[in-house]
Design a protein around this ligand. Structure first.
Ligand code: SOE
Length: 380
C-alpha cells in the first residue's frame, strides 16, 4: 500500500481542474511513492465548491482557505486562485509546514514573490510553481538537446504567446471568469499571464536573462468591472513585446498579445545555435522541429520529430509509440515529478525561487515599458 498524501486544493476554476485531474491520474501511469487523496477543495461560492467536490471526488469542501491550512490531515496545499491571493495563502501554508504547489505566476510582483520565497525557505517546505509547459515532452526534449550541446553556442531565442479573446470591448474585467483583466487581481496582463510561461521555459533552456527592453500597450482602456458594475480604467498590459540579453550572450525576442485575431493559444519558440536550431509550437505540441547543419547536405533540412516514442521524455508512461498525449498530461508529469522528489526530499523545478527569477524578469519588462529604457534584471 502506498503512503497517502492528502491534497487541499484552493481554487476550483480552470487550474483547479487541471491539478485535480493530475492527482487522479498520476498513480495510474507513473510509479509514484504516494497516493494523492483529494481531501478538501476550497472556493468562494459554497454551491460551486460542493459541486466541484462531488464531481472530482474531494472528501469535503469549504469556503474558507484558512480551514485548509489548519487541517492537520492536509499534506499539500495546492494554490489555484487569482494571483493577488497567492502570497497570503502560500505564506500561511509554509508556516503550517505544508508542502505547496502554486499556480503561475508566483505573485503580483517581485517584492511579494521574495516574501513568499523567504517564508517557504525558512519553513523548509517542499514547493513548486506550476509552469506546466516545461513538461510537454517535446519541450523537455528540446531542453535535453540543448544540454547535450547539440546546438552549440546559442545566438537567438525567440518566443511568442498569442491569443485573441479580449478584442471585444464588451469583455468585462474582474470576477471569476475575467479576473485576468483586473490589475488588482492579476498584477499585470499578458506579461505575467503568458510571457511568464515563455520566460520560464527560456531561462530553463538557455539560462538567466540579464537585461530587457520592452514596450506594452493597453488597447482597450476601459472595461465594465464585474464586481462594481461600473466602467473602470484597465490597468493591465494587453500586449507586450520585449528584447533581452541572456547572460550567455544570446539575444532574446519575446512577444505576447491577446489581440492576435485567429490565435487562441499559440505558444511558439525557436532557438538558433551554431550547429542546429529547434522550433516548437503548442498547437502541434507533440512535434519538435530540428535542423542540424552537420547533416550531409543532400539530406539536410528541418526534421519534424514526432515525440511519442517510449524513450522520449515521459512518453514511456503513456500509450504505444505513435500515439499522442496533450495539454492535461503536462500537469500529470508535474505531479509525478513532484511526488517522486518529495519522497526523496529533493526540490522540484521550478521552485518558488526559480519562479521568483521569472517574476523579476516580468518586473523589469513592465518597468522598461513604463520608463522607455533598458532595465537590468534583479537576480533571485
Ligand atoms: C490565459 O488565457 C491562460 O489560461 C493562462 O492563464 C494559462 O497559463 C495559459 O496556459 C493559457 O492561457
Amino acid at each position: 500500500m502506498k503512503k497517502k498524501l492528502n491534497v487541499g486544493l484552493i481554487g476550483y476554476g480552470f487550474m483547479g481542474r487541471t491539478h485535480s485531474n493530475a492527482y487522479c491520474k498520476v498513480g495510474h501511469f507513473f510509479d509514484v511513492p504516494y497516493q494523492p487523496v483529494l481531501r478538501v477543495v476550497c472556493g468562494l461560492e459554497e454551491k460551486v465548491a460542493k459541486a466541484f467536490a462531488e464531481q472530482w471526488g474531494y472528501e469535503s469542501y469549504t469556503t474558507d482557505w484558512h480551514k485548509v491550512i489548519e487541517d492537520d490531515n492536509v499534506d499539500v496545499v495546492d494554490i489555484c486562485v487569482p494571483n493577488n491571493v497567492h502570497a497570503e495563502i502560500a505564506i500561511a501554508a509554509a508556516k503550517a509546514g505544508k508542502a505547496i504547489v502554486c499556480e503561475k505566476p508566483l505573485a503580483l510582483n517581485g517584492v511579494q514573490g521574495k516574501k513568499m520565497v523567504d517564508a517557504i525557505e525558512k519553513a523548509g517546505v517542499a514547493n513548486l510553481v506550476s509552469f506546466n509547459y516545461r513538461r510537454v515532452p517535446a519541450v523537455t526534449l528540446a531542453k535535453m538537446l540543448i544540454d547535450e550541446g547539440r546546438l552549440g553556442r546559442i545566438f537567438h531565442y525567440r518566443a511568442n504567446f498569442l491569443q485573441d479573446w479580449t478584442i471585444s470591448t464588451k469583455v468585462p474585467q474582474g470576477g471569476m471568469a475575467t479576473w485576468r483583466l483586473d490589475v488588482k487581481a492579476a498584477g499585470s496582463g499578458v506579461t505575467g499571464d503568458l510571457l511568464a510561461h515563455c520566460i520560464d521555459t527560456a531561462m530553463w533552456q538557455n539560462g538567466p536573462i540579464g537585461s530587457v527592453c520592452a514596450m506594452t500597450e493597453t488597447f482597450v482602456k476601459e472595461r465594465m468591472h464585474v464586481e462594481t458594475g461600473k466602467v473602470e480604467p484597465v490597468g493591465i498590459d494587453d500586449a507586450c513585446t520585449f528584447f533581452c540579453r541572456f547572460d550567455n550572450g544570446s539575444l532574446g525576442n519575446f512577444e505576447s498579445t491577446r489581440y492576435a485575431r485567429g490565435h487562441k493559444a499559440l505558444y511558439t519558440f525557436e532557438i538558433n545555435g551554431e550547429h542546429a536550431s529547434i522550433a516548437w509550437d503548442l498547437h502541434d505540441l507533440h512535434r519538435l522541429s530540428y535542423f542540424d547543419h552537420r547533416d550531409e547536405s543532400i539530406v539536410r533540412g528541418w526534421r519534424s520529430v514526432h515525440v511519442t516514442d517510449s524513450d522520449m521524455p515521459y512518453m514511456g508512461h503513456w500509450w504505444v509509440p505513435g500515439l499522442q498525449i496533450g495539454y492535461e498530461h503536462t500537469f500529470v508529469h508535474q505531479a509525478a515529478d513532484f511526488l517522486v522528489n518529495l519522497a526523496k526530499g529533493k526540490p522540484t523545478s521550478p521552485t518558488f525561487r526559480e519562479a521568483l527569477a521569472t517574476q523579476y524578469v516580468c518586473d523589469a519588462v513592465l518597468a522598461s515599458a513604463k520608463e522607455k529604457t533598458w532595465k537590468k534584471v534583479k537576480k533571485a
